[in-house]
Structures are given as C-alpha cells and as structure tokens.
Design a protein around this ligand. Structure first.
Ligand SMILES: [Fe+2]
Length: 363
C-alpha cells in the first residue's frame, strides 16, 4: 500500500466563525474581495468579512460582479484590478463561481499573462494567498485547488489548479446558507454528494479519502429524506460538512466521468452544475457498475442504498429538464474524452462509446 495526503488549507468551521477568527485574515495589509452579484451581501458573509478586516486594520477593495460560471477573460480583467490595487491577498466569498473566480484572480493579480496560460498551472510569480468563504454547500471549492472556468475559446468548461491555488484559509459558517432557496440547496447538495461518490470511484482513491468519503456518504444518506421533502432548515450544518468533506477528498482524487459528462449541460444549456451531475448520474453509475464494480459497491455500501434506489431517488428529484441537440453529441463526446476527470475513472473513453452514453442519458 502506498499513498499520500497533502492538504495545506487551514479550515475553520462553525457558526460565527468569521467574527471569532478575524486573526485568520492577517495575510497582508490590503485585501481584494471577489464575490457574486448577490451572494456576498445576501448571505451576510460580505458584511462579516469587511467587519473582520476592519477589526484587523486591513484595507480592502470589493468586486461584486462575478456571475455564474465565471469566464476566464473576466477573471483576467478583475485580476488586473487587484494588481492595480496592490492587493496582498484575495478573499473569495460565494458559491462555487466566486470561489473559483477568486483562484483565477489570485493567479492573474500576480501574473500579467494570457488567458490560455492560466491552464498550464505554471506561473512566473507566486499566486497571491487565497481566503475562501463559501455561501453554499456543494462546491467544496474552499478545500480544493481546483477552479472551473468557462472558456469560450474551447467552447466548454476547463479547469486548473495546483498546490499554489489551494485556499490558504477556509472559513465555513453554515449561517450563510440559512436563507438559500430550496432549489439551490438541492442542486448544490447533489454536487457535494457526487464529489464524495466520485472520489470513491476515482483511480486516485486512497484509504484516507475512502475513510472521509464513507463517513460523508453515510451522513448524506441521513439527509436525503428531508432534502426530498423540502424540509432543509435543520440540515444546514450537516450539508456544509458533507460539502467540505467532498472538497477535501476531491482535492486528493479529482472528480471523475460524471463531472466530465455533465460540463456540456452547463455550457450549452445553462444547467446548474449540481443538476447537471444529477442528470448524468444514472448512466454514470451503470457505467461504473460494469467497469469498476468493486468501487461502486464500496460507495453504495457506505451510502446504504442499492444502485436502483439511488437511481430512482435522483430521477425522482432531479428530472432532466431540457432537450439536447443530438447533433452536438459527437462534440460533447470529444470534449469529455479530453477531460482529466474522465481519464480518472477507469471506464472506456473512445468517443463513439461516450456518444452512446449521451444517447442513453437522453433516451
Ligand atoms: Fe462539482
């Protein structure tokens, strides 16, 4: 047996954690805050962060314009703003999009480089330190180096990430998710769940990631009936914990074919990321049952559900809500085959086979 587990992020979890941990923000004299158009203010996180910075006598500039599925060129422009501000570190506040954007901004703030170079993970100057404050429970981005960008030059989503782009500090306060609408709670929960499931299937899974994922899957199983019933008030802390655990484990193992299959649903149809994963899940699980049966059995055992029960739950709660243009399937198959996640699964990746998977999803 041989494995490693390198994890450089300082994690602070709990209600009121930003107010109580303002010292965790002592990463320089000037902070540049990156957040969404609504998420920072609506969650209360932006006010808490500004108060904590003020308490620590750290100056800050705030950019509140990150939309869904952040675009690499926008992040490059915001990075230039942070550079002009002479920011010492970057604080990302929000769901997956602002947190992923903050990582790109931290790269571009230190490096005036073309968009394409972001994806090489090789930069001349050290990436600025990143603080991540999630306001949803799903992405796990606060605990991973990964950042997913919309990249129009290649007509899909593309990711980057290396040891340099792990957040230095993650401040997780479930209070920021208390007022999330049910639809967002459900879709982001599905993202967190798929991270834990896929991390078990990943060719890079280790005994340590298994231990975390098996625990997370059993916790998630207990939440599923209330998620289905729409009774989520008491689930906020547990959902954020599952999301964090999924982030920690995919930081080690990466995601797999399910995420890769689902990216075009978001890029071409605007489907929320967690929903896109759910749409891909039933066929993905069939695929894994055929080619990685032992790992699927391990995940389902931890979850305490059969494959049929899981598939039925997902189809019942996350019905596919768009009709794709089938002439796109060859392009989608080609894009999927090129994704690192797909290559991390141990299932066939020839484009005709992947095209057939898309046909099965939308049969
Ligand atoms: Fe995800």
């Amino acid at each position: 047996m041989e494995f490693g587990f390198r994890f450089p992020t300082d994690i602070h979890f709990g209600r009121g954690i930003v107010q109580r941990n303002s010292a965790a923000l002592r990463l320089g004299a000037r902070a540049f805050v990156v957040t969404g158009k609504r998420s920072g203010r609506a969650s209360g996180a932006l006010a808490d962060v500004i108060a904590a910075l003020t308490h620590e006598k750290i100056e800050c500039s705030v950019f509140e314009g990150i939309g869904n599925n952040p675009d690499v060129e926008q992040c490059r422009a915001v990075g230039a703003q942070a550079r002009a501000y002479h920011a010492d570190f970057i604080i990302g506040i929000g769901g997956g999009s602002p947190l992923d954007a903050a990582k790109a901004v931290a790269v571009f703030a230190a490096n005036d480089i073309p968009a394409e170079q972001l994806f090489t993970n090789s930069y001349e100057n050290a990436v600025l330190p990143i603080v991540a404050v999630p306001t949803t429970s799903g992405t796990g981005s606060e605990a991973t180096p990964w950042s997913v960008m919309t990249y129009h030059a290649v007509k899909t989503k593309r990711s980057f990430g290396s040891l340099q782009t792990y957040p230095r500090v993650a401040l997780l306060d479930p209070t920021y998710t208390d007022n999330l609408p049910l639809a967002i709670t459900r879709s982001t929960a599905m993202d967190a769940f798929t991270h834990c499931l896929e991390s078990v299937i990943s060719l890079k899974a280790t005994p340590l990631t298994d231990a975390l994922n098996f625990y997370a899957l059993s916790r998630f199983r207990a939440l599923m009936p209330q998620l289905e019933a729409g009774d989520v008030v008491s689930l906020r802390d547990a959902l954020m914990l599952v999301s964090l655990l999924g982030g920690v484990t995919i930081s080690q193992t990466g995601t797999t074919l399910m995420h890769s299959i689902a990216y075009p649903f978001t890029y071409f149809h605007g489907t929320a990321h967690g929903l896109a994963n759910a749409f891909a899940l039933p066929v993905y699980v069939e695929e894994v049952a055929e080619h990685r049966p032992d790992r699927l059995a391990a995940a389902l055992n931890a979850l305490g559900m059969s494959q049929a029960e899981l598939t039925a739950y997902v189809q019942r709660n996350y019905p596919i809500d768009f009709t794709p243009d089938r002439t796109m399937f060859p392009l989608w198959a080609e894009q999927t085959a090129a994704q690192g996640g797909a290559r991390n699964t141990g299932t066939p990746l020839d484009p005709p086979h992947l095209e057939a998977l898309y046909a099965r999803i939308f049969a």
